[in-house]
Design a binder for this molecule. Sequence first.
Ligand SMILES: NCCCC[C@H](N)C(=O)NCC(=O)O
Length: 452
Amino acid sequence: MGNLKITLRDNAWIRWGMLLMVGFVLAANYYFYDALSPLKSKLTEEFGFSSTDFGLFVSVYSIPNVFLLMAVLGGVILDKLGIRRTGFMFVSFMAFGALITAYGASDIYTNGGWGYGFMSSFMPSYSPELKMMLLGRFLFGLGAETSIVVISKIIVKWFKGKELALAFGVKLGLARTGSFLAFNLSPILIESPAGWTTAIWFAAFFVTASLIVFMIYMMLDLKLDRQSQQDGELVKSDPFRLSDLKKLILNPSFMYVTLLCLTFYSAVFPFLSFSADFFLNKFGLSVKESGFISSMLPVGTMFFTPLFGFVVDKYGRAASLMIYGSLILVLVHTCFAFTTINPYVLMVILGIAFSLVPASMWPSVAKIVDEKRIGSAYGFMFSIQNIGLWIFPILAGVVLDKTNAEGVESLNYTFTLIMFAALGILGLLFAILLKREDKISGYGLELPSNSK
Ligand SMILES: NCCCC[C@H](N)C(=O)NCC(=O)O
């Protein structure tokens, strides 16, 4: 018989309150990731960025996670150092990287401020502004992905055996509030009397504020650990071993879910980064309106993801929902490429796909993988996913530059969208394989959350 002592995680108000706090950190993270997307044409106007430069800027976020295996390493560090120290370290990286990016676009820097001379002294085909902003986004990415791993582990810690899928859904909904705000606020902030870079500084300060919120969370976390230690309820992570990684890689269910994660997200996040510019070019809209249409995607997911999380908790069917979500993604990209169907409608439908897959995928990992390895498992998945988040924004930019003559009045996005639709088809295939495999391995992905 277990100890019946009540801990902080048994208090629903505290449990959901702490979710709001970590949700704020995620919202800041997503805000910064997307804040410059509606500014693509502004960056071309001010600093001469080509589509390839913009793609490079988006993708440099993923370089530490692909080449330094930061998300895996972060998962390992997390399993070793724990939530508080790891979280603090990586949210600090995020804040520092965000501030450096804003500095790279600022007047102080462009008028010869600190580092300008150095950044001008090599690779002259890349502007000093681009180089400093790349450095900032690199550091931001180094902290951002690992901090999402930390927050995923926090959710499992507080919600396992309770409303886990719903909590994941709400967490994603809060994160995407950040994207929603970015697509709407950035186009307004570029008109600020203090100058267009206000949009970037605001994003950087938002991330800095999230560091303070994380420090408040750390106090709650400490208290829960003390209570759980007294109860003997604390789940200690085993030290990370390479053989664990091998076990994960040899698990077909885990690999299908990881490959779905790679292909599905590669067809969504890089598309979202270019989407405002796509609407601006294809439909001849203003920066504000095209940013607003892009924000329909996160706004849809803010409601649908918790809803589907609730459905997965209560009725299961996670593997099937991943298949439906992947199918919708393919249909929407095909429509974007070949039709002029109202983009508002298509973005909301894409929001359904972007809710179905994440709301069922992330909690499914907790069924496939032992809780002691969950940090490493999410870290591994994020690192593989980041290969796509690194390559596809660059490819999207290159395809755009190659399929459009220089200086053309409006960019044609057809080939770029065909690329995203093809990624969606691969994702669909992995989702089908995952469902088939679940019947063999019996992880119960089609069952409600509390039945496993
Ligand atoms: N904010 C853009 C990149 C976030 C990537 C992150 N590794 C992730 O997978 N997030 C889950 C989600 O569904 O947003």
